[in-house]
Design a protein around this ligand. Structure first.
Ligand code: AMP
Length: 375
């Protein structure tokens, strides 16, 4: 373990999206420079960073030049090839370690790891052929969810199976194989925990939050989640167990389901800042982005204090992008724009946060009213 990075050190971030942008802004407050590696011209992260390398994530010459220019490497985008990760790790400290990314990149590795760590998930089966899918459906029942093992996000790469006629078309459509079949969880709530862990093993966990999706994309996060103390403790325990078992240095989000019996089941882990942690920028003295930078830079990790309750709403696609002038004219809405030139359907272009005194998070109607033009 090297010591804490001094101010003016350079942090290399792989990926140029909004998570990199908000990480770079947090890094700047701590006196660090960020160097972004991205395929994209004019990316959200590069717009606010010290330097950028524009290249494919697999090009060895670019990876070498990037590594040479930075003091430590982290990610906002995890799908870098195994060879690329190994090359980077041979040149500079990579946090979290490539072994962690290999687990989160692959649903089979991820679910095996979770179950081996004693963390419950929906029941699941690996499916390589249509015959195996039929056998898995016979075991897990319908409805169930068929997913690709790699590169799935925001509901891409998955299909809900509701009737026997859905099996063959879904199996043909989804690739690459193998796939996994998951039993359907009739969840009462979706929740998540974002947790940072330093190289010395210290952890700092943000409060458990509640997530509401629309068209498979996160729409609203409520902080704190409206859950019992028992569910909260179970969720926080899972987050702590997962980062300890991974020996993670950096930040990790755990997405979970709470089923109708109050059981907490892990769905996904992401070893990076997470959309369900954006509220921390406005409702916590140290945001998830600052916690990420502190963890990878070797700075102390203070407790993840929340001074306010919060509602975070994503701005997705052209319709919500068009509301921007009204959003910035609304006194209670804290605006965050990602600097993207185009607002394609389904694309996240920003988010807003609305704060409430602790304990004063309103119910559904109050939240709708509080979001004003976005309600
Ligand atoms: P994922 O890509 O695994 O994060 O799934 C995206 C969303 O699909 C989740 O946030 C849930 O809303 C839904 N989903 C995924 N897996 C299941 C499941 N096994 N049962 C019920 N809903 C699911």
């Amino acid at each position: 373990m090297i010591g804490a990075l001094p101010p003016n050190a350079t942090i290399g971030l792989v990926g140029g999206g909004q998570l990199g942008r908000m990480s770079a802004l947090a890094a700047a407050r701590l006196g660090y420079r960020c160097h972004i590696l991205t395929r994209e011209e004019d990316s959200p992260a590069a717009q606010v960073s010290h330097a950028v390398t524009i290249s494919d994530y697999a090009d060895p010459a670019s990876l070498r030049a990037f590594a040479a220019a930075v003091d430590v490497i982290s990610f906002e985008f995890e799908n870098v090839s195994a060879e690329g990760l190994d090359l980077l790790a041979s040149l500079k400290p990579v946090r979290p370690a490539p072994s962690v990314l290999r687990i989160s990149q692959d649903r089979i590795a991820e679910k095996s790891f979770l179950n081996n760590t004693g963390v419950a998930t929906a029941p699941w089966r690996v499916v390589e052929t249509l015959a195996e899918l039929e056998a898995a459906v016979a075991e897990l029942g319908l409805p169930s969810v068929l997913k690709t093992t790699r590169l799935g996000y925001d509901g891409k790469g998955q299909a809900m199976l509701r009737s026997p006629g859905n099996l063959a078309p879904a199996f043909e459509r989804l690739s690459p194989k193998p796939l996994i079949l998951e039993g359907f969880v009739d969840f009462a709530r979706e929740i998540s925990v974002v947790i940072a862990r330093g190289a010395d093993g210290s952890v700092s966990a943000f409060d458990t939050v509640e997530n509401q999706h629309r068209d498979h994309i996160l729409d609203i996060t409520l902080a704190p989640a409206r859950i019992t103390a028992e569910v909260d403790q179970a969720a926080q325990r899972i987050a702590r167990d997962v980062v300890a078992a991974l020996d993670l240095v950096g930040l990790l989000a755990v997405e979970m389901f709470v089923d109708r019996d109050g059981r907490v089941l892990a769905n996904e882990i992401a070893p990076r800042p997470h959309n369900s942690g954006h509220w921390t920028i406005d409702a916590c003295p140290m945001s998830q982005f600052e916690a990420h930078i502190r963890a990878i830079a070797g700075l102390p990790l203070p407790p993840a204090v929340r001074h306010s309750d919060a509602v975070m709403k994503n701005l997705v696609g052209p319709h919500e992008a068009a509301l921007w002038p009204a959003i910035v004219a609304s006194p209670g809405l804290i605006p965050h724009h990602y600097g993207k030139a185009e607002a394609h359907p389904g694309r996240k272009i920003g988010h807003v946060t609305r704060l409430f005194p602790r304990g004063a998070l309103p119910g559904a109607f109050g939240i709708k009213a509080a979001l004003g033009v976005l309600g």
